[in-house]
Write a protein that binds this ligand. Sequence first.
Ligand SMILES: [Zn+2]
Ligand SMILES: [Zn+2]
Length: 347
Amino acid sequence: MNLNKIIKLKNLRDQKLDMRKNKEEYIFYNKNGNVFIGLATIMVFLLIIMSIIFLNVSNDSNQINNDAIDSNSFNYMIQDYNRNIPVLGKDIMGKIANDTIHNYVPCSDSPNTIKKRLQEKLDEKNEEIGNNNNIMMESEVLSVYNGNNPYHVNIKTHIHGKKGNLEYDEVIESVVKIEGLKDPLPFLMCKNKPNLSENGTKIIYHDSLEAYFIENNLLNPYAYNNASSPLIIKKCPYDPYEHHGDGHTLKNCIDNGYYHESADGACYLCRLEGKGVCNHYGLETFIVPNKVNELNFRSISSSDHVIFNDHYPGENLGFYKNGSIYEILFLDDSHRAKYGVEHLSYI
Ligand SMILES: [Zn+2]
Ligand SMILES: [Zn+2]
């Protein structure tokens, strides 16, 4: 063999060796590749499953969050709705009182009138809520009535609300606090001579109460010429009432125009109807005669239910003196005892 032939044979052998080596490597890689593809498939599969689980969990928690938000906003809306009922009720009562005072015409069947007007307001509000919040609201005002507290008027309402699968259905009792409302009774009692005036806090009767006295043939009409009484319902803080005899308490009470609880006095609902007295537990206030410089005369006792209904007399009580001028009430024995002012008599 010559050298060239030997070299060729060597190259050939090397090529064969390379081919075998490549084949082995190829087989090796192929085996590893299969393992890799298998692993990758499992990984992708696991990844898809995990993604599905994650998305489900995430959707569920979104749903839970959305439900919680829905439930919170629904509950808030209902609470807000319920809180608004006494506000609307008071507003309606204030308007009725204003109309009554302005026109000298009593409200007929005040609980029913308030009930109807409140129902109208709630119907409007329900429609508004339905349009804006996609909540179905229904409500029915069941009754408007006096409670045990004469400074409160109670309202009973059936409320039904529905949004999706959220639902509310309750009969609720709301309390309207009448403090701050105007007292229409004096205007209605003196409607035959309707020239009373008010200054925002007090009613001045001019000669209208005197005319009422003459009309009803009551004792000493002139004593109440230019009398005054409170315009706004305010609860007297001097409780127990017997303390009105301490120092200048009675004068402070009268200057501030306070009202007192009274079984004989008219409740607020009946005051709107122009009734000076009623069977409900009610209120009384003082109607204060004009100041005088002598105390030697009598007239009807100065509690408003006495002047506007019971018509019994009281003795002159000078409760404050400035120079020779007295500020006075006329008070019967039982009212003197109620307010603890027996010792103030004839000062
Ligand atoms: Zn008082
Ligand atoms: Zn009443």
